[in-house]
Design a protein around this ligand. Structure first.
Ligand SMILES: NC(=O)c1ccc[n+]([C@@H]2O[C@H](COP(=O)([O-])OP(=O)(O)OC[C@H]3O[C@@H](n4cnc5c(N)ncnc54)[C@H](OP(=O)(O)O)[C@@H]3O)[C@@H](O)[C@H]2O)c1
Length: 298
């Protein structure tokens, strides 16, 4: 039986992985997050720890003695990172260094989540794992640095880059663009969305399946774990409206220039899943199937 430690288990993606792996009989799973467990499940172990603290991380590893560590923790809001550099660096880079160091000491495999925001988005094609990452904002810079820390310090590692993660969130977790569109349209409110930024939105359950495959896969490397549809953010909003029969006239598509956001974002950061499909058999669902699962299936 493999002993798995999931860091960031209160977070949106971390909680889904925590819940799914906890129901597998071949894994013994411990969740870890900064704050106490947001939704305790009977039979699961959970430890609160601040992974920016090297001593706390060493103690965590002594207690859990993991075979595999899945790091989903991050400061993942680009606008916040842009104005809080030191805090973003501590969580997204320094803390990952602590995890990497302990993984090496304990012979554990480190599976670290990263982002499409490592790319500058200047290419109008899907990015592959071999493409040169050139982040355009501070969040992307820290996530790229975290990937480099993992690759440099670990013998047994995988970086899983995900993109616009969606699915049902728990109270206390941040939402996602699909939820925001749904909330606005059901209240009869308008929503502005960019029409010239392209992404490969990822159903959170697909990340969980991909991570499980990466636990069993023995090679090192970067893997794109995202959806298979590359669409603009406006198209995501229209798909939600159309599948759920909501008023699409409330969606106001605008250009990036018109949106005038303070934090720069890549224009085309859709990622190719060809390598991940070939090496670990990753097969994500479509965006329409994901919308149905999120809103229509209980
Ligand atoms: N969400 C997206 O659309 C998206 C897109 C691309 C990439 N990603 C990447 O995917 C991963 C997961 O993102 P997410 O949005 O699911 O994350 P999230 O919901 O923001 O959750 C991150 C979790 O990290 C935990 N955390 C933060 N600082 C910590 C610390 N010092 N010590 C221990 N735990 C700490 C927090 O725990 P508490 O709640 O206990 O404070 C939080 O629940 C991240 O690597 C992110 O960069 C996400």
């Amino acid at each position: 039986m493999k002993n798995i430690l999931i860091v960031g288990a209160n977070g949106f993606t971390g909680r889904k992985i925590f819940t799914d792996l906890s129901s597998c009989s071949n894994y013994q799973v411990t969740g870890c997050s900064l704050h106490p467990d947001i939704a305790p499940l009977s039979g699961t172990a959970f430890v609160s720890a601040d992974i920016r603290d090297a001593k706390a991380v060493a103690k965590l590893f002594e207690t859990v003695r993991p075979d595999v560590v899945i790091n989903t923790s991050a400061l993942s809001v680009p606008d916040y990172c842009e104005t809080h550099h030191e805090e973003a660096f501590e969580t997204n880079v320094t803390a990952v260094g602590h995890l990497a160091e302990q993984c090496e000491k304990h012979g554990a495999r480190l599976i670290h989540l990263s982002t499409d925001f490592v790319f500058d988005g200047g290419e109008e094609r899907l990015y592959t794992e071999d493409d040169l990452p050139i982040p355009v904002n501070y969040y992307g810079i820290t996530k790229l640095q975290s990937e480099q820390v993992v690759a440099a310090r670990c013998c047994d590692w995988a970086v899983a880059r995900v993109c616009v993660v969606y699915g049902k969130s728990l109270p206390g977790q941040h939402g996602n663009i699909l939820q925001l569109v749904y909330n606005r349209l059901t209240k009869g409110e308008t929503i502005k969305v960019v029409k010239d930024q392209y992404r490969t939105p990822t159903y959170v359950g697909d990340i969980s399946k991909g991570v499980q495959a990466l636990i069993e896969y023995t090679g090192n490397g970067i893997f794109h774990l995202c959806g298979k549809d590359c669409v603009s953010v406006a198209e995501i909003a229209f798909r939600v409206a159309d599948r759920l029969k909501l008023d699409r006239s409330l969606i106001l598509p605008v250009s990036t220039t018109e949106m005038n956001e303070a934090t720069p974002r890549p224009m085309h950061s859709g990622m190719s899943i060809a390598k991940t499909s070939r090496l670990i058999g990753y097969e994500p669902i479509s965006l329409d199937e994901g919308i149905d699962l999120m809103f229509l299936n209980n």
